[in-house]
Write a protein that binds this ligand. Sequence first.
Ligand SMILES: Nc1ncnc2c1ncn2[C@@H]1O[C@H](COP(=O)(O)OP(=O)(O)O)[C@@H](O)[C@H]1O
Ligand SMILES: Cc1cn([C@H]2C[C@H](O)[C@@H](COP(=O)(O)OP(=O)(O)O)O2)c(=O)[nH]c1=O
Length: 238
Amino acid sequence: MLIAMGKSPSVKTAFNQVEQMAFIVFEGGEGVGKSTQIELLFTSLKQQGIICTLTREPGGTPFAEDIRSLFKRMSEHGDTPLPLTELLLITAARTQHIQKVIKPELAKGHHVICDRFLDSTYVYQSIVGKVNKQVVDTISQFALQNIIPDLTLVFISDTSKALARIKKEKSRKEDRLDSFSNDIHAQIMNGYREVLNNNFTYPNGAIPKRISIDANASVENVFEQVKTALFNTLGIKL
Ligand SMILES: Nc1ncnc2c1ncn2[C@@H]1O[C@H](COP(=O)(O)OP(=O)(O)O)[C@@H](O)[C@H]1O
Ligand SMILES: Cc1cn([C@H]2C[C@H](O)[C@@H](COP(=O)(O)OP(=O)(O)O)O2)c(=O)[nH]c1=O
């Protein structure tokens, strides 16, 4: 179908019986290990015969993936998008994504695992980009239509560690967002701490369930934390 995942878009849906659905979001700055853990979780759920759909933001439908490309493209004309312009682009992609993928998949009783969602907007466009949170909420409420993740895993690591991991990745294709300075990366990491510590509300006033993950740890240890969070919050045993 139209699901895009990780660094290379692909279709990933496991077809088996499942009793309840959950909308699970992975959040955090670049290089904290979200994609790695999403892959591990998808494989583990599949082995248990649990249906889940992997997707990502910005993106997740062909049109929203086009917006993603535009969003991430290096500017050839020097006219880089303003944070408010980014918010509008991201929200356009999110509207398409929620209507065409997230809602329908949840309605079918499938778990939906999403690489980034609204907390990214709070961090990148509001905290770092300085767009007022109220503006983000006012615009986002039309896209969200009360959709709220059942669990958001917020990956927190030392900025230097995450950046070192990214630098080691030979296959990583440079895009506009890779030109962020170390200072911006540190602001992003602190932004996630702020979202967590201040329990940022969604546009409808609800506080989503967020769990902090120590992403400095080994891949195996981080996956243990992910599994514990899924069990404690959603009762999913892996
Ligand atoms: N816990 C970890 N310890 C060490 N390296 C990791 C860990 N998790 C991921 N990596 C490596 O770090 C790089 C970035 O990981 P990735 O999952 O793509 O992060 P993100 O999706 O958050 O940008 C990859 O090369 C990956 O293999
Ligand atoms: C969902 C979302 C993403 N973004 C940015 C964060 C990332 O830099 C980029 C998505 O790139 P991505 O490749 O998914 O990030 P990562 O390196 O962590 O795998 O889009 C926003 O600025 N606002 C948003 O609301």
